[in-house]
Design a protein around this ligand. Sequence first.
Ligand SMILES: Nc1ncnc2c1ncn2[C@@H]1O[C@H](COP(=O)(O)OP(=O)(O)OP(=O)(O)O)[C@@H](O)[C@H]1O
Length: 309
Amino acid sequence: MSAIKIEHITKTYDKGSVTALNDISLEVAKGELFGLIGPDGAGKSSLFRILTTLLIADKGTATVDGFDVVKDYKQIRGCVGYMPGKFSLYQDLTVEENLTFFASLFGTTISENYDLIKDIYVQIEPFKKRRAGKLSGGMKQKLALCCALIHKPTVLFLDEPTTGVDAVSRKEFWEMLKRLKEQQITIMVSTPYMDEANLCERIALIQNGELLSVDTPEKIVASYPQQLYAVKADNMHKILNDVRDYENLQSVYAFGEYLHTTFKTDEAQSEPKLIAYLQQKNNSGIEIRKIEPTIEDSFIRLMTEASTS
Ligand SMILES: Nc1ncnc2c1ncn2[C@@H]1O[C@H](COP(=O)(O)OP(=O)(O)OP(=O)(O)O)[C@@H](O)[C@H]1O
């Protein structure tokens, strides 16, 4: 049995004028660390809210741990942990009070499930008398995770847990997730950060309420169909405009300090031909080399394909 099974879920807002999720189907295995990757407004929060029984879909069905999200909402509320993107903590309560409050909601105590949160809680324990509103972003995130875990859930939903958190805390957070996974907890986590996609076992790329791809990050990258090139010159603004006018161009976009480019027809002569063209356009300091795509390149390609089809 899958830990999460989503079948043809559609959700609209504003009397159907906004489609947040369009016919989404997806399965997550027990104990899997699954990532939902997509930009703002892609539909990630809507899906989390449906799976945690806070929102009802217009169409389709979903189960969490075998329980139906509509009929069995009470059982689901007891077995899932949910860390929403915003406002999951009571800012005026202290660290300890927040945790005690969440434990009492589920009829448990901090000491009963202390083993599960111990690794995370020891990091915030020195601040246990501090109000949640006065904690740093990384500390708030750790406390929110402890609160989502305090009743020992079997499935954990984390909506953009690392947004607005510094790089060190982000890294620590992903290490904590790996340890939770070792305890057989199924984790569905959303993030707008592409680098975090590689830390998941499988990911779904989502845009405008549609799933563009569902697979392991490695397989998504391996399915990139073309040779990708990194291109650079002294004047990046000029070279971008020139490459856009190149007749054999398939795609080009800025990526860090390079342009990433593919050609309509790729051949051994592709690199020298582009160099000759760019030289003829008076570009200097031209650099071009073959590169391996990243998950972000794959996402850009899938998004472009989806928006032009
Ligand atoms: N209560 C609502 N009323 C109307 N439209 C909404 C509502 N909630 C979400 N939407 C719209 O539905 C779409 C999906 O939003 P959702 O919040 O699910 O996406 P998201 O990927 O979580 O993005 P974000 O990180 O910005 O919340 C967006 O176009 C959003 O504007």
